[in-house]
Write a new protein. Sequence first.
Length: 277
Amino acid sequence: MSQFSRTWWGQKFIEAIEQLTDSGRLSRGRSYAKGNKVKSFNIDNGLVTAKVRGSVNPYFGVYKEPLYSTTIEFQPISKAKWSAAVALIASKASLISRLLLNEIPDNIEDTFKQLNLNLLPGSQRDFKTHCSCPDYSNPCKHIAGVYYLVAAELDHDPFLLFELRGLSREELLKELAKSPLGQALSAELQLEHQPPTPVDAYYAPLEMLKVPAKTELREFWQGSKRLPQTMEALPDSTVSGIPVKKQGDFPSFWTRDNSFIEAMETLYEQVKAKGQL
């Protein structure tokens, strides 16, 4: 499962699906997703559409590889309920700060439960599925394979969880930014992304210094002022990690299984420790 869901929210999505789906079909669906059986895949406004290659089976008269149309439609949360959920999220600094950094708080579901809602699929009523294959069971292995691709997309775009339930990333961030906490955090984020100031040169201009007519040899080599005997410790860096954290744990360019943010934090600590030697 790690190949398709490296983030906790992607794993939670699969776990939610596993509670509602036969494990055998999920296993076959996972092999379909791994085997590049899904020819096309698209997500738009909570509707997942895919073209999935079937299997040749002469026993049933299938001599040519079929191509099945698969759809997964998630039930949207109403606008009124979304307004209540966003207002509750915006009142909690631990939630809104993580969301503005492209992260899904691990306790986000607890917030939705306070309103008798759920962000992740909680029952069969939360989505409708269809496949043009002759398998009467729902979900079939083709739909199950698409589930895993949705989980993989969640790794790259955590806000897809909200989009699948009817609220786009832009609408969510816009509403969060209207709150007092959102305004303060948004101002900090904007400071981190100020465009560079153009300069005429990248080097300090040369300055002509007057050379004394007569200089003692001792003063030339040792200077006129003694160097300090002790060095003050440098203060801890105050450079914010927001630009890195906004990439999320698994940005599109990061192909490893470990978190991008954790890797950068480890690298920073190693460089910091080396600089103190």
